[in-house]
Design a protein around this ligand. Structure first.
Ligand SMILES: [Zn+2]
Length: 302
C-alpha cells in the first residue's frame, strides 16, 4: 500500500462517481420538478409519487407489470420490407431504425404478447413512443394483424395500448396503408365476437387516432394523456380561434364523450380484467392471494 492506492485512487474514483450519480439514479418529474429515485419510480410504474404525473413506460415494462408474475410470451410479428422508398432525410431510414432498435432493444414500435392477467387470458399489444415517435409503419401494421390473428386463434380479447405521433413518413403511402389494414384486423375481432379494448396513452395522435386507436369496443385513457388528430397549433391557425383549456387531454375528451373512462396506471389492470370478464361472460376475477399453479392442477385432477 502506498499513497497512490490509499489516497489518490479513492479521490479520483469519488470525483468520477459523484458526477455519475445524479444522471443515472434520479429522474426529474417534468411536471412538478421533484427528483425521483429511479428504482422507486420504476416500482411506481413510472408515475410521479408527488404529483401523479404519468411518464412514459416501455411496452416490455408495461407487460411485466400487467401480466401475472410478469410472465408473458412474445407473439411473433412478421418482418416488413425494409426501407421500400430508400428514404433519406438528415439520416438514412435504415440508420434511424437501427438506432431506435439499439436504444429500445425491440424490433419496431409495437410489441405483442400473450399471457394471463389475474388469471384472465388475453393478447396485448403496446406501442413505444420512444421508438421513432411510435410511428405507424408496415411493421406496426403487421404487429396489429399478428395480434388480432392470435387473439382470434386463441379466442381471447385484445388489449392495445396506443402511443404514437401518427404515420411513419419514411414509409410514405405504405404507412398510410396501415390505417385500412389495421381496421380490417379490428374487424376480424368483431366478427369473431371478441372484445377489443384500447388504452390511449400519452400521446396518441395523427393517423393512429384516425384508425385502430379509436375503433375499440371500450376506450380507456391514462390521466392527462394528449389524444387528438391534428395538433392544437394547427387547429388554432386553421380556425383562428383560441382553443379551450385542457383541449385534447384525456379528461376533456371524457367530458365530451370521446372516451369511456380515464384510469390511473395502477388501477388499469383491475379495470381491464373487470371489463374483459364482463364482455366475455366470465365470472368475476378472484381477488387476493391465488393458489400456486401446482395446487390448482391438483384440484383439477381430484
Ligand atoms: Zn411530479
Amino acid at each position: 500500500m502506498n499513497w497512490i492506492s490509499n489516497y489518490v485512487r479513492p479521490k479520483i474514483n469519488s470525483l468520477f462517481s459523484r458526477r455519475e450519480v445524479p444522471e443515472n439514479l434520479w429522474t426529474k418529474c417534468p411536471e412538478c420538478g421533484t427528483m425521483l429515485f429511479h428504482r422507486e419510480l420504476a416500482g411506481n410504474l413510472n408515475v410521479c409519487s408527488n404529483c401523479d404525473h404519468h411518464m412514459a413506460i416501455s411496452p416490455r415494462e408495461r407487460f411485466e407489470a400487467l401480466f401475472d408474475g410478469g410472465i408473458f410470451t412474445d407473439v411473433k410479428v412478421p418482418d416488413a420490407v425494409a426501407d421500400p422508398l430508400h428514404f433519406r432525410d438528415q439520416k438514412k431510414y435504415p440508420d434511424r431504425i437501427k438506432a431506435a432498435q439499439k436504444a429500445s432493444g425491440e424490433k419496431d414500435a409495437m410489441l405483442v404478447a400473450e399471457g394471463e392477467v389475474m388469471r384472465t387470458p388475453i393478447v396485448a399489444a403496446a406501442q413505444d413512443f420512444s421508438f421513432m415517435a411510435g410511428s405507424m409503419g408496415m411493421n406496426v401494421g403487421n404487429a396489429i394483424i399478428a395480434a388480432a390473428q392470435r387473439a382470434v386463434q386463441l379466442s381471447r380479447p385484445l388489449v392495445l395500448f396506443s402511443a404514437s405521433g401518427g404515420a411513419r413518413m419514411q414509409e410514405g403511402m405504405l404507412s398510410l396503408m396501415q390505417m385500412p389494414r389495421s381496421t380490417v384486423a379490428v374487424q376480424m375481432l368483431k366478427e369473431a365476437g371478441l372484445p377489443y379494448i384500447v388504452v390511449l396513452t400519452h400521446p396518441t395522435t395523427g393517423g393512429v387516432t384516425a384508425s385502430y386507436a379509436m375503433l375499440g369496443d371500450v376506450h380507456l385513457a391514462e390521466p392527462n394523456a394528449q389524444i387528438g388528430f391534428a395538433g392544437a397549433r394547427v387547429i388554432e391557425q386553421t380556425i383562428r380561434e383560441k382553443l379551450p383549456e385542457g383541449f385534447q387531454r384525456a379528461e376533456y375528451l371524457l367530458d365530451h364523450g370521446m372516451l369511456d373512462r380515464v384510469v390511473h396506471r395502477k388501477a388499469m389492470k383491475e379495470e381491464l380484467v373487470g371489463l374483459i370478464r364482463l364482455l366475455m361472460g366470465l365470472p368475476p376475477a378472484i381477488k387476493g392471494d391465488l393458489a400456486a399453479p401446482s395446487e390448482v392442477a391438483e384440484q383439477a385432477k381430484a
